[in-house]
Design a protein around this ligand. Sequence first.
Ligand code: LRH
Ligand code: MN
Length: 385
Amino acid sequence: MTDFTTGLDRLAIETPSWAYGNSGTRFKVFAQHGVPRDPFEKVADAAQVNAFTGAAPTVALHIPWDRVEDYGKLAAHARDLGVTLGAINANVFQDDDYMLGSVTNPDPRVRRKATDHLLECVDIMDATGSRDLKLWFSDGTNYPGQDDIRTRQDRLAEALSEVYARLGDDQRILLEYKLFEPAFYTMDVPDWGTSFLHCVALGPKATVCVDTGHHAPGTNIEFIVAMLLRAGRLGAFDFNSRFYADDDLMVGAADPFQLFRIMYEVIRGGGLEPATGVAFMLDQCHNIEPKIQGQIRSVMNAQEATAKALLVDADALAAAQSTGDVLAANAALMDAYNTDVRPMIADWRTAKGLDGDPIAAYKASGYFEKIVAERVGGTQAGWGA
Ligand code: LRH
Ligand code: MN
């Protein structure tokens, strides 16, 4: 098992540019003061999260929400602020043409348009130096008979194979699945099995993205994680938490024990080994809470769950498991989970020259007051839903 400090050193969280803009629910997206107006300001806010946590070195972009004239200039801006640009998220879910689907649409003209957007995102990856193309399709149907389930899979496979062929040697596809919403009868990539099958059909550069908010209630997500790591196809997480559906709340907020169990299987399966290449991304909306603080708190939650999982006494666990000592085995995990790791993580931060309390340090920095004063006028960034 990975040791505590090495494990925390290796946990690199990728924050999503869209979490710094206004985002929320279909009922209301509340505007907040100091919100970025462009991708450069979003990256600046993401750099603050890294500056105070020491564990958020990359920022995911979403196209067209983060479309700029010069992606090289944006990448340089990020580097100057101590972060780098991460996954490029395609968006084939907000155009009227995609009402009946994007790459699975019955209309070949629409399929062509959607596939061209995915290819454009690979061009952007070449400009930003990004490794990952994250693909989430809102494609699906609302009523039985609306379209042919199998034919839609053929259309999806055709588009994916064209994009896969365009990838560079060091580039990957992260194929994200989601059980429902915005479609409510079928989603064309509803679960890990469907994503996995398409990835295997495509080749080794296609991996599965597990969004922790995209499962049926009660789903054992850590089992899925264990299986995907065993198969070498766990590419990434979209971390968030939920009480009911795709609530996109702060990771670990709704169910810290689930996040601990997930990180235990990540560590047990070698998912923190650099060679495994698992990306730990946040995919969240801070509709009612301050956004930069929300991201800092989320990184801290991920660190706390990981730290607890790193404390599992692997020898005691293995001994109990091999002798069928059910309670001792369960206790090995619960002892780690019930350990207050906050002082140890604070020591890890101070050893890196960081403040032990990132939130207090961020508040004391005056950064928020500065951006509220500066970011007057212009149009606040949002997700345009
Ligand atoms: C879809 C999703 C996807 C992103 C979007 C912002 O629910 O999880 O990962 O593109 O949220
Ligand atoms: Mn997601």
